[in-house]
Design a protein around this ligand. Structure first.
Ligand SMILES: Nc1ncnc2c1ncn2[C@@H]1O[C@H](COP(=O)(O)OP(=O)(O)O)[C@@H](O)[C@H]1O
Ligand code: SF4
Ligand SMILES: [Mg+2]
Length: 336
């Protein structure tokens, strides 16, 4: 008997997000006097669709500026999409008229810079307890024990609750930020480059913490990183993003071993690696050319100016994200 597949927990459908630069009063006056004013639109996210199942960790990878944070913020209900819809169990995270729905408490975000996301004047116990108290997740009498539980879960001592953010190291502050997000008992955690600002040895500790937490809590995560090495350890599936579009999506092992999209291949080749375990020699091939500006992305396949396989069709026709189970947006995908 065929068991119908459960509805994904998170669904992102045809989401686009554009930013139009603010026109200053000076520019408006200049326009009235006849000078042209440039109001070019940034296509930060361009018609993106994907889904995340409950308990799944989806990695979102791409070079800086390709739209990862913007997409993460749309999923978390922080940015309204220009078009399309992000939903959790079928309910839009951003309501009509751009009001965040209550569902957004079901999605929490962890940011790259833990210091910036913590109020320096507030003891971290209060920072962690504030949201759960406000949303009735815990009674006032129990909040201390509740905070202690989440501090312990992220590997900090319960008495850390009485300290201020500056009394913690970078890695510890990120643990606090993770505890604060998890204390809201979200269904989904959106992590935006959560280890990018940490030293490499601390990065490994925080990645291990995420691995432990996802085992213990069955976490569903959108895990954003510009670093393929980081997502390799943590994600079930990986989405590769280039200039606002998802260009490949697949199981993490397949993306790493058998990429279909030339950009994924180029990203993998650009990661430094040892030729042999005993060899000192490090090889890597940087991606050729510059990342084009999202203000004026090239027509057709956005990657055609940098792609070693580009042909005439690539310059004019936008490739669709196609193929099952590893869709790639490429007219001439790589052989496995
Ligand atoms: N609030 C904003 N206003 C205008 N442009 C923005 C804003 N946020 C992001 N952008 C632009 O959108 C593009 C994608 O940015 P971002 O989502 O931060 O990429 P990433 O996280 O992959 O580095 C960039 O060109 C960036 O300058
Ligand atoms: S569509 Fe063409 S330019 Fe784009 S990645 Fe594929 S081969 Fe390269
Ligand atoms: Mg970012």
């Amino acid at each position: 008997m065929n068991v119908p597949a459960a509805r994904p927990l998170v669904e992102v459908q045809d989401v686009s997000k554009r930013f139009t630069p603010h026109v200053s009063i000076g520019e408006r006056i200049a326009a009235m006097l006849g000078s042209p004013v440039e109001t070019r639109t940034v296509h930060a996210v361009d018609n993106v669709s994907f889904a995340i199942r409950k308990g799944e960790v989806l990695g979102l990878v791409g070079e800086s500026g390709c739209g990862k944070s913007t997409l993460g913020r749309v999923v978390a209900g922080i940015h309204p999409p220009s078009e399309g819809r992000a939903s959790i169990e079928g309910v839009a995270v951003m309501g009509e008229g751009r009001t965040p729905l209550k569902t957004t408490t079901r999605i929490q975000m962890v940011f790259q810079d833990p210091f910036a996301s913590l109020d320096p004047r507030v003891r971290i116990g209060d920072t962690i307890g504030e949201g759960p108290l406000a949303h009735g997740l815990v009674a006032k009498a129990d909040v201390q024990a509740y905070v202690a539980r989440w501090l312990t879960a992220v590997g900090l001592p319960a008495e850390a609750a009485g300290r201020f953010p500056h009394q913690f190291s970078g890695g510890q502050r990120q643990r606090v930020a993770i505890a604060r997000a998890l204390a809201m008992q979200p269904d989904v955690l959106v992590c935006d480059e959560p280890v990018a600002s940490l030293d490499v040895s601390i990065q490994a500790q925080i990645i291990n913490l995420f691995l432990k937490l996802r085992r213990e809590l069955d976490l569903t995560m959108l895990f954003i990183s510009h670093d393929l090495g980081v997502v390799r350890h943590i994600c079930d599936r990986v989405a590769i993003m280039y200039l606002g579009r998802i260009v490949e999506l697949g199981a993490a092992a397949d993306i790493f071993e058998r990429p279909r999209h030339p950009y994924t291949r180029a990203l993998l080749d650009s990661v430094p690696k040892l030729v042999t375990a005993s060899d000192e020699l490090v090889t890597f091939k940087p991606i050729q050319g510059e990342l084009p500006s999202p203000l004026s992305p090239p027509p057709g396949c956005h990657f055609h100016l940098r792609c070693p396989h580009a042909r005439e069709r690539c310059r004019v026709e936008v490739p669709r994200l196609e193929g099952d189970p590893q869709p790639a947006a490429c007219h001439y995908p790589l052989a496995p």
